[in-house]
Ligand binder design. Structure first.
Ligand code: UD1
Length: 360
């Protein structure tokens, strides 16, 4: 079976890495990597291929940035050419970014099967572009690989046939355990952030990039107010997404010295910092799951999450975007982590389960 693994934006790379490795181990699915070019800066893209141990993409679509329509359309036009020429049997899409949506539509219209990894997650917030990508991708997918119980329930409620839904666990967590093992045998002294970590015993780790959090002055300023208060008691390491950097500059937001601004970090460097953080503050989907897997307290700076299991059994506390609620959630998450549990099947073997399903 010839399968295309689709990746375009930063969170996709850590999801395709374990699937690619599992395909080599299992042997019966030949995976080719397609990079849509949604993310293109070295530290948002190439750095991850090196860090995660995945080979260079077989096909690069070079779509780049643009409005949602422009970006999605560019990916679709370029991907259609590749599909017509290469005729894959199946495409595997991961997550909920524009590349996921664009490639699913193209493949489906060319009668190529679509498998969606991380299917069924729903925030029920249609102002979030990712929610639209999830709903549309799931509407046309042939195979649904689910990370948590809520995904299964959502898909069944939407009328998907039970036999097409496979609760396999979480490929993001496969990658996390793999990278954690690498980190143990690696020389962390080579990391640019090594001395920073040594110099700060107590610190929080922050990521922030959702348009709903950083594109509006009022919301961004309110969040920064909470961060300033939290920074009085600990250092905050903040690797900044390009979107966030652009908006902070536009709004004239100045961070205090105790919020240490960093460029986007490699997967390993980022893990090296957050795994020992007092707590992680984030609006990313992946980090909500990864912190739960390693039992690190997590504060999600959003009004909702499509990953409810991280709240039900994990370390995650949904904070909203108001300063007061973020500060309160910070302490709550530290308490919560003491009794948190790991979700079912987050055991590092999801990618192998996916391979088994595809081969059967
Ligand atoms: C995208 C995903 C989001 C994911 C995030 C991870 C969608 C709808 N959104 O959001 O789900 O959590 O990636 O990072 O697919 N830029 C650069 N260099 C790059 C890439 C982007 O400077 O390599 C800048 C550009 O100004 C661009 C902006 O960042 O316009 C936003 O990039 P884009 O891919 O459109 O959305 P993200 O906010 O990264």
């Amino acid at each position: 079976m010839k399968a295309f693994l689709i990746a375009g934006a930063r969170p996709n790379f850590m999801k395709i890495a374990p699937i690619y490795r599992a395909s080599l181990e299992h042997g019966s699915v030949e995976c080719r990597i397609v990079h849509t070019g949604q993310h293109y800066d070295y530290e948002m893209s190439n750095a991850f291929f090196e860090d995660l141990g995945i080979p260079k993409p077989d096909f690069c679509l070079d779509a780049g940035s643009g409005s949602h329509a422009v970006q999605t359309a560019k990916i679709m036009v370029a991907f259609e050419e590749v599909c017509k020429k290469e005729k894959p049997d199946l495409i595997l899409v991961v997550g909920d970014v524009n590349s996921t949506l664009a490639c699913s539509i193209v493949a489906k219209k060319l009668l190529i099967d679509v498998a969606h990894v991380e299917a069924g997650l729903r925030s029920f917030d249609s102002t979030m572009p990712e929610e639209i990508n999830r709903i549309v991708t799931d509407a046309i997918s042939d195979y649904f690989f689910v990370t948590e119980e809520s995904g299964l329930e959502n898909l069944l409620r939407e009328g998907k046939p039970r036999e097409k839904i496979h609760f396999v666990g979480n490929v993001m967590i496969d990658n996390l355990y793999h990278q954690l093992r690498n980190l143990e045998s690696d020389h962390a002294e080579r990391f640019s952030v090594f001395s920073l970590k040594q110099a700060h015993e107590k610190y929080a780790f922050l990521t922030l990039h959702r348009p709903s959090n950083v594109d509006e002055r009022e919301v961004f300023t309110e969040i920064v107010g909470a961060l300033n208060t939290l920074a009085e008691g600990r250092t905050i390491f903040f690797p900044m997404h390009p979107r966030t950097k652009k908006m902070a500059h536009e709004f004239g937001i100045v961070f205090p010295d105790r919020i240490i601004l960093l460029p986007p970090l490699s997967y390993q460097e980022s893990l090296f910092l957050w795994k020992d953080a007092e707590a992680v503050l984030t609006d990313s989907g992946g980090l909500q799951e990864e912190t739960t897997a390693l039992e690190v307290p997590c504060v999600t700076i959003r009004e909702n999450t499509e990953r409810p299991i991280t709240i039900e059994v994990g370390t995650n506390v949904l904070a909203g975007t108001k300063a007061e609620s973020i500060i309160k959630a910070y302490q709550e998450s530290i308490q919560k982590a003491k009794t948190a549990k790991k979700p079912a099947l987050w055991d590092g073997k999801a990618s192998l389960r996916i391979m088994k399903v595809l081969c059967s």
